[in-house]
Design a protein around this ligand. Structure first.
Ligand SMILES: [Zn+2]
Length: 206
């Protein structure tokens, strides 16, 4: 297969939701201080863009700032003076704990509840994780930059929903065709999209 054909193959195997959103841009909080109160002007839009209810985000922010307030679905009024940067920072902590997938880093997640325990379920890669946990996603510079054609050695730790073997490599999630859970494989990279790497097993090492 040519390089283009390989890319096309990797792309055609991507879950549809990944194709729709090429890159996740963190929504920006818009807020203003008015006397002794702070108004978040786009609570509704921001919540909608991450597919969470405004109530949930409002409750989180009020708790984080240790204050009281109210919202009407679009605006959040908080008692006290808080700068936009402070609110943005707390909002990004919310994203980390309640929205972004800890495996692939994408925002296409849902909150599921089973036996009184809540989970974050990722629609993009299928990962499931406890809710409200701060994920320490490794920094980009800690991992060597990967390129199509590179040979990598990975250990398959999970099974993808399309039968691929999944492995973790720094901040990358590697999908390896033809590999099973528990195997250590040498694989060649056929496609990369953001932090998702597609590879084909070329040798089973153990
Ligand atoms: Zn995921």
């Amino acid at each position: 297969m040519s390089y283009e054909e390989l890319l096309e193959k990797a792309y055609s195997e991507l879950p549809d939701i990944v194709k729709e959103h090429h890159r996740f841009e963190k929504p920006q909080i818009s807020s203003i201080i008015q006397g002794k109160i702070t108004v978040v002007q786009n609570l509704g839009e921001v919540s909608k863009s991450i597919n969470r209810k405004p109530e949930m985000l409002a409750k989180f922010l009020l708790k984080e700032f240790g204050t009281s307030g109210s919202h009407d679905g679009q605006h959040l009024v908080m008692k006290g003076q808080f700068r936009r940067e402070q609110i943005q920072e707390r909002f990004e902590a919310f994203l980390d704990q309640y929205v972004l997938c800890g495996e692939c880093g994408r925002p296409d997640t849902r909150i599921l509840r089973e036996d009184r325990v809540s989970f974050l379920k990722c629609e993009a890669c299928g990962a499931r994780q406890p809710l409200g946990v701060l994920k320490s996603v490794p920094k980009r510079e800690e991992t060597k930059k990967l390129e199509v054609g590179d040979e990598i050695t990975v250990e398959i730790t999970r099974m993808g929903r399309k039968g691929d073997g999944l492995a973790r490599m720094g901040e990358y999630t590697v999908f390896v065709g033809g590999a099973r859970v528990g195997q250590k494989v040498k694989a060649r990279i056929t496609g990369i999209q953001n932090n998702m790497v597609f590879a084909t097993a070329i040798e089973i090492l153990s």
